[in-house]
Write a protein that binds this ligand. Structure first.
Ligand SMILES: *Cc1c(COP(=O)(O)O)cnc(C)c1O
Length: 436
């Protein structure tokens, strides 16, 4: 029997009183998707009332290989069944050795990259903190250049590099030693913002101090799926080198195949000094972050930066399994590229009908519908049809499609049909009133 590929949302909203009574008001996604989820496999999430949801959010690109991929799951089950080390601080373990050896063989060597791996605390913001701390230590400089609409995490150092005012407002202290420069395209297509940065850094009277690092996302995940051009990124890399700053690419969301290659900067003609990874790195949604840097930059003394959960052994196991399964050979990458082209075609057709704009690259794509209210009413209507999809951007005006990279073409089309229908319905009703 073949299941229908149309999602089946469930009806009544379950009782939320426990969450309202006991869980902090800081919760956010649960408000827009008020269901209780019990199981997930592949591209599907199931609520406890028999509803089935197609996941176009993928844990913000943490589940690029889908939920509970059978090969990753089996590797972890086998490891646990054999009493493999679950926690070992930063001790050498079989799981760590296998991860490092696989990462070297499958990722670094074929790309002719020479990076050392630093296992930081388990979330993305930990990898960013380590990256900027190392850049400041190595250069002896304080200032970091980040970009408008950049998102780098919630701890103070990474938050200082983040643009969003609502997130920054939570800091409670001044966020300092970061200058936010205009990202590619910030002033429209006619202004080359890399030239502006070069000019300011070369002018001894511009007021911009010599930076320790330039921190950039090649596609801004939370900031509205702005994709920098390869030329602009190469220019930024040149500027960093010319001014003695380290180039940090934050690949936490755009990496692990989301934009095509394992790294989002592959084939662009530059090599970052430091790269941060997290989100889909474990392949199964387990917390796991990594800061990569050129070996000469490895000037840490033992324990100078650490974290109890640095090197999550269960994540080493699933990550190594994912690297072997998806990244040895080029078949997966070719399949993602083909599927990304289908996605782009569909989104371009939708955008053309209403004068919207398609943003992003690879399987990290979205539609800028021009208003946060419209985007919110569309995503809410999609959820009611069983499609989990979110927004991004300065005004949450970009509907972003972060489907698992392994999604079946027909299922992808089904989700996009729902999105297209809900956009059409919103455009033919007064969405501003509907969103009230
Ligand atoms: C999600 C994200 C982070 C922060 O990662 P956490 O695991 O939430 O701490 C940092 N940078 C980018 C680009 C991200 O998308």
């Amino acid at each position: 029997m073949t299941d229908s590929i149309v999602p089946k949302p469930s009806g009544a909203i379950p009782d939320r009183s426990l969450y309202e009574r006991r869980e902090s008001g800081v919760r956010s996604y649960a408000r827009a998707m008020p269901r209780q989820f019990g199981k997930a496999e592949g591209v599907w999430m199931h609520d406890t009332q028999g509803g089935r949801y197609l996941d176009f959010l993928s844990g913000c690109s943490t589940l690029n290989y889908g939920h509970n991929h059978p090969i990753l799951k089996q590797a972890l089950l086998d490891y646990i069944a054999a009493d493999g080390i679950a926690h070992g601080l930063d001790l050498h373990t079989d799981a760590k050795e296998d991860f490092l050896a696989t990462f070297e063989d499958v990722i670094l060597r074929p790309r002719e990259l020479d990076y050392r791996a630093m296992f930081t605390g388990p979330t993305g913001t930990n990898a960013v903190e380590a990256a900027i701390k190392l850049a400041r230590k190595v250069t002896g400089r304080e200032m970091v250049i980040a970009f408008t609409n950049g998102f780098h995490g919630m701890t103070l150092g990474a938050l200082a590099c983040t643009g969003n005012a609502a997130k920054r407002g939570g800091a409670g202290v001044p966020l300092s030693h970061v200058s936010h420069e205009p990202y590619d395209g910030y002033y429209g297509p006619d202004v080359d913002t890399a030239d502006l940065l070069a000019q300011r850094l070369s002018d001894p009277s511009s007021g911009l101090d010599a930076p320790a690092a330039i921190l950039v996302e090649t596609v801004q995940g939370e900031g509205g799926l702005n994709a920098a051009s390869p030329e602009w990124l190469r220019a930024i890399a040149r500027i960093a080198r010319a001014h003695g700053a380290l180039l940090i690419v934050d690949d936490i969301q755009a990496g692990c195949g989301r934009t095509g290659g394992f790294f989002s900067f592959e084939g662009m003609g530059f090599t970052p000094d430091i790269v941060t990874m997290a989100k889909s790195l474990s392949g199964m949604g387990l917390p796991f972050a990594l800061t990569l840097f050129r070996p000469e930059l490895d000037q840490w003394s033992p324990g100078e930066h650490n974290g109890t959960f640095r090197g999550n052994n269960h994540a080493f196991v699933t990550s190594a399994a994912a690297l072997r399964h998806f990244w040895s050979g080029g078949a997966f990458q070719a399949d993602v590229a083909r599927r990304a082209a289908l996605l782009e075609d569909r989104l371009q057709a939708i955008a053309a009908e209403y004068g919207f704009e398609v943003r992003g690259r690879g399987m990290m794509r979205g539609v800028n519908v021009g208003s946060g209210e419209l985007a919110a009413s569309v995503t809410a209507a999609c959820f009611a049809e069983g499609l989990i999809i979110e927004t991004s951007g300065a005004h949450d005006e970009v509907i972003k499609v972060l489907a698992p990279l392994v999604i079946d073409d027909a299922v992808l089309a089904t989700g996009l049909d729902i999105l297209e229908t809900k956009i059409r319905e919103a455009m033919t009703t007064d969405y501003a009133v509907a969103a009230e």
